[in-house]
Write a protein of this length. Structure first.
Length: 319
């Protein structure tokens, strides 16, 4: 007897592999976007609503707590992914508060909110009024390049129908590795003598938050905060040159460049940064000393704290 076909009913639960996330920019905060949505790649997410309640301290003879009262419901979470060229350009521009122009984006005063749309188990979790409050890019030896985006959202609703009319597929570029895709890091135009072991870049909307009023549990609006750029780096300690930059209090550009296997590059620049809090210790025997520095982003003269340049791969000769 030949057995053909597939077995049904084998899954214990809905599968994460079947989940899809997309987003669209909102013309008006908190009003779910319609029309076309951009699909995105991701390695995980942890969005959730959080109820805040208050319980009146009523005096009674029942020896039990009084009924709790809902005061607000906040929605927030992190979208995590492996960094690839073009995949998160919209979100990077949003956290910087700017638009891409001539393949460059530098922090500005443009406010962007999104409707995040997550298909899960034959329904859609719709999160309008989603504001990106932090982006973090990590390049670490022994791992792939990663990205994480924090959002605060106005609300979360469960829909039976897809709010998107059409979709744009996610970019398909290869993930940046940290071997031959890591071009290097410079401090004030100078590369460290030792190999770079890790670079982490954090773009925060410092002071941002959601505001809540009466009559509904979700947010009324957002406070956009201001860009705060920071980071850290680990470098194999060979000379005192980078330490001396810290000791002299020198500020200037700190630039990290990555280039994928297809020749597409990002140049990530703290425009006027200072090195802070050096840690250079002989921790134990038979170890190589690693120098660790925090990176403090500051505005340059005339404004501007952080800039990203994207450089598409050159077309093939004769193409």
């Amino acid at each position: 007897m030949a057995y053909t076909g597939a077995t049904a009913g084998y899954q214990a639960a809905a599968q994460a592999n079947d989940t899809a996330i997309s987003y669209a920019m909102e013309p008006t905060y908190g009003v779910p976007a319609t029309g076309n949505y951009q699909r995105t790649r991701f390695t995980g997410e942890n969005f959730k609503p959080t109820d805040t309640t208050q319980r009146p301290d009523e005096i009674n003879a029942d020896i039990e707590a009084a009924q709790a009262v809902l005061t607000q419901t906040s929605v927030a979470g992190t979208l995590s992914g492996a960094l690839s060229y073009g995949t998160y350009d919209d979100l990077l521009a949003a956290v910087l508060g700017a638009d891409w122009a001539d393949n460059v984006v530098q922090n500005g005063a443009v406010v962007k909110t999104w409707t995040l749309n997550e298909k899960m188990n034959s329904k859609w979790l719709v999160r309008p009024g989603s504001y990106c409050t932090r982006a973090q890019l990590t390049f670490a030896q022994g791992s792939f390049s990663s990205a994480a985006f924090d959002f605060s959202c106005k609300q979360q609703t469960l829909a039976d129908a897809d709010p998107a009319a059409t979709y744009t597929d996610a970019p398909t570029g290869r993930v940046f590795n940290t071997v031959d895709n890591f071009v290097g890091m410079t401090v004030n135009g100078q590369a460290p003598d030792g190999c770079v072991k890790q670079v982490q870049i954090t773009l925060d909307r410092d002071g941002s938050g959601s505001d809540y009023g009466m009559g509904h549990a979700d947010a009324c609006g957002i406070r956009v905060g201001q860009l705060l750029a920071s980071g850290s780096t680990q470098i194999f300690f060979k000379t005192w040159d980078i330490y001396q930059v810290w000791a002299n209090g020198t500020q200037g550009p700190i630039v990290t460049t990555v280039k994928d296997a297809d020749g597409n590059s990002y140049v990530l620049t703290f425009l006027n940064a200072a090195l802070r809090n050096p840690v250079i210790n002989a921790g134990s025997k038979n170890t190589s000393i690693v120098a660790t520095f925090d990176i403090e982003g500051n505005p340059q003269a005339g404004g501007g704290t952080f800039k990203i340049q994207r450089i598409p791969a050159a077309p093939p000769a004769g193409g």
